[in-house]
Design a binder for this molecule. Structure first.
Ligand code: MIG
Length: 794
């Protein structure tokens, strides 16, 4: 499916006009580029990409042969392999870094790691490097490397690969392992048997199997026998990862340039993610309202239509916090402008939205129209802010506004300038922003053209080609945006939604999974993608609920609302010209189901907010794979049709058309059905009814789930905190995180609940925040009596 086909879904007239416009702008861009042959080269390159002819894999030679080693410090050793030197650093007992060559400009910081002792033994046939948790054995005659942790071989026959054209490694990870991560993949949660490319790309609509997509992350987790091993290849160049596709259990990672910089992390899945996010950074805590429901479409316009949608939510009593303004709010798609006719009074619009309890979120694209007199263009030119060819001429490429220049977000000055551009929209009352098209996507015929690799970047003053920084472009844009927002409004938490990203994108923005379809397989895929993104460090994400392209059946929409209501980012969005996709567009029955799903979400906000806060502390995702929560239970290896939300909830969504019941695999229990309180011993498989209005959710025995009353929007009014207690033998802890929901770095409080059998205790663990006093209601999920001494009103 390509962009033209997408327009085809709109109208034949648009197809003709769109096609002509894009051919014209593409050709103009080509001939505008300094030096015609080069101009046409990049279009050729685009066409090659369209036909998925990615550049040939670099031919890399394994570093094999005689090995020697020497300790260079208590935490570092040098490994001589085949005449080359690989530096081995024990950053922690469970984190080892293999490095050869200088790190790139955005290399992960190892500052948080004091280092751990690395003991070297020079044996007769083998060299051994040992931390307290990891043993590396190198055969002296062949150089083959084995990694052992927790009494198991987690990677064997490891070979580092090197050549002028790139770097890489191969390893045997074992037949039984499942593989997860790599960012955004239109694939099952277990990535085994696939080949994946790390090269951020706008696929112009995607389906299962399409690869790559918008956001790539060079972090892969192998899981086997309760243990996880993380491979983080910190190098932004294009890479190809063969996850047991050529040979079962064998991993091959080829990078098209730059240096070897491979982190190997071992532990439980939670420990591995904790380490990975210590290296790449933790997500920022979103304001509470960003965890509310978002309604979007491409596009609500004119502004009266935005207000109508807002009022319809309130009239129908369907909770909603955020309305999105897609590209039609702009004047001719010029970023940071308003359409003079359709959005003639933006301040009146945002004021009315705010009065109704909504936030406004507006799209901002990176392509800046080449047009003297357009302020952003003029300022950018004056500052030399746009990406250039090696000879200094700015690059021109076609996007929605026509010919565009593209800011070089790898320059700190450009980022500061870009961040300042948000002032006008903030002053006009826009609350949050959406950075789209930042792979960068160009609008060319055929589709798929990308910025030429020869373009020059500042790279924090160090200089780099676009080939090297391509994968970082979107993320640096998101960073420029959110840093700008927080500089302009230091008290408020900046909210940015980004389509593209790389390792560490979680520090800057939330993410959505791009242009999917209204199909049952896309529903299922959206869960699989959210699971893999979570294991890639990207916790705050979710799909276009209901599907971007096409229109869902009422049943599909209902099921998708039920699923997405548990995702950290919960938004309905849909392409230009598609049928209405508001929660009321599918009849009364589905409206009631959508409302119930959203209402349940709002009741669970204190619970979800606590899970979100945990992400910012530990890197554990909000939506967790079963195998993340229960790594020792082999039944959950690769399971991706049920999942955990935070520590206490297990969700078994209906992903199949016509289904009226759901089979669920329960971990050791007890587990309680959230809706009925029915108790299950756990450890087996149960079948529960799931007619259209039901999504099966289970509460873990021993958990305390905090809930609020339903609000139509965050801040409307909390007048009750309910503590839903799931009794269980033994002693269990749960946390509740509270703050004012919006201030950056403000006071907070963490409360600990301890459940012992049917007894509940509370204590303050951290912080001084005093929430507004509301009655606390304690009840057991099975409705039987509890013992506790919680005074109401605390
Ligand atoms: O090429 O702004 O993924 O969410 O509605 C399409 C219009 C450009 C792609 C985004 C989609 C958005 C659309 N954009």
């Amino acid at each position: 499916m390509n962009l033209l086909a997408m327009f085809g879904a709109v109208s034949p007239g648009l197809v003709a006009r769109g096609a002509w416009h894009h051919v014209r702008t593409a050709l103009r861009a080509a001939s505008n580029a300094p030096g015609a042959p080069r101009g046409f080269d990049w279009l050729d390159e685009a066409w090659r990409q369209l036909r998925a002819e990615t550049p040939a894999s670099p031919s890399l030679t394994p570093l094999r042969g005689v090995a020697f080693a020497r300790a260079v410090s208590p935490t570092d050793a040098e490994l001589g392999l085949d005449g080359r030197t690989v530096r081995v650093t024990a950053l922690a007992d469970d984190v080892v870094l293999f490095e050869a060559g200088p790190p790139h400009a955005y290399a992960a910081s190892t500052d948080g790691f004091p280092g751990a002792g690395l003991a070297l033994e020079d044996g007769l046939a083998a060299l051994t490097l040992r931390t307290k948790a990891v043993t590396l054995t190198v055969a002296k005659d062949t150089g083959a490397l084995r990694v052992e942790a927790g009494g198991a071989v987690v990677a064997d026959d490891v070979e580092f690969l090197s050549a002028a054209s790139g770097v890489g490694f191969r390893a045997r990870v074992g037949d039984g392992a499942t593989f997860h991560g790599l960012g955004e993949r239109a694939a099952a949660f277990d990535l085994s048997g696939g080949r994946y490319t790390l090269w951020n790309t706008d696929p112009a609509l995607y389906r299962r199997g399409d690869d790559p997509l918008y956001l790539s992350i060079p972090f892969l987790v192998a899981q086997a026998g309760g243990r996880a091993t993380g491979f983080f290849f910190d190098n932004p160049h294009r890479a190809q990862v063969d996850v047991g596709a050529s040979e079962r259990g064998r991993l091959e990672w080829l990078v098209h340039g730059g240096a070897l910089r491979l982190f190997v992390v071992t532990g439980t899945p939670a420990e591995v993610l904790e380490r990975y996010t210590a290296l790449t950074g933790r997500a920022r805590l979103p304001p509470l309202w960003a965890l509310g429901f978002h309604q979007s479409r491409h596009s609500y316009f004119p502004q009266a239509c935005v207000l109508e949608v807002a009022k319809a939510f309130r009239r129908r009593r369907i909770p909603c916090d955020v309305l999105h303004l897609d590209i039609h709010h702009m004047d001719g798609y010029r970023s940071f402008t308003w359409h003079p006719r359709d959005f003639a009074e933006p301040r009146a619009l945002t004021a009315e939205l705010h009065a109704l309890g909504f936030k406004a979120l507006a799209i901002v694209d990176p392509g800046i129209k080449v047009e003297p007199g357009y302020r952003v263009y003029d300022e950018g030119v004056a500052r030399g802010a746009f990406l250039r060819w090696p000879d200094g001429a700015p690059f021109v490429g076609p996007v929605w506004p026509g010919d565009c220049h593209f800011p070089d977000f790898s320059s700190p000055e450009v980022r500061a300038w870009w961040g300042g551009q948000y002032r006008g929209l903030l002053d006009d009352g826009v609350d949050a922003f959406w950075n789209d098209m930042n792979e960068v996507a160009l609008i060319t015929v055929p589709v798929g053209a990308q910025l030429p690799g020869a373009l020059r970047h500042d790279a924090e003053g160090k200089g780099a080609s676009h080939d090297e920084l391509h994968n970082l472009y979107g993320q640096l844009m998101a960073k420029a945006s959110v840093d700008g927002l927080e500089a302009l409004r230091p008290q408020a938490r900046g909210v940015v939604l980004t389509r593209s990203g790389w390792a560490g994108v979680q520090r800057h923005a939330m993410h959505w999974t791009g242009d999917n379809h209204s199909t049952w397989d896309d529903l299922r895929l959206s869960l699989q993608m959210v699971l893999n993104l979570g294991l890639s460090g990207v916790a705050f994400t979710g799909p276009d609920t209901g599907g971007f392209s096409g229109g869902p059946s009422p049943e599909l929409f209902a099921r998708w609302m039920q699923l997405s209501s548990f995702f950290p980012f919960f938004r309905v969005h849909s392409v230009l010209g598609s049928p209405d996709q508001e929660p009321w567009a599918f009849g009364d029955e589905v409206e009631a189901i959508a409302r119930a799903a959203i209402e349940q979400r709002y009741r669970l906000l204190p619970y979800l907010y606590t899970a979100a806060w945990q992400t910012t502390r530990t890197g554990a995702p909000v939506v967790r794979p079963m195998s993340f929560g229960f790594p020792g239970d082999a039944r959950f290896a690769g399971v991706d049709d049920q999942f955990l939300v935070g520590d206490a909830l297990l969700v078994a969504p209906v992903l199949e058309r016509g289904a009226t019941s759901r089979r669920v695999l329960l971990p050791e229990g007890p587990w309680f059905e959230l809706a009925t309180g029915a108790r299950h011993d756990g450890g087996g498989r149960v079948e529960v009814p799931a007619p259209l209005e039901v999504v099966p959710v289970f509460v873990r025995g021993g958990a305390v789930v905090p809930r609020w009353n339903v609000q139509q929007y965050v801040g409307e009014g909390v007048h009750e905190l309910e503590l839903l207690v799931a009794p269980a033998p033994g002693e269990h802890e749960s946390l509740l995180y509270e703050d004012d929901g919006m201030t950056r770095g403000g006071p907070f409080r963490v409360t600990r609940f301890t459940v012992r059998g049917r007894e509940l205790e509370r204590s303050t663990l951290e912080g001084t925040y005093q929430p507004p006093s509301v009655p606390v209601r304690v009840l057991a999920v099975d409705a039987l009596p509890l013992r506790h001494e919680l005074d109401a009103g605390a």
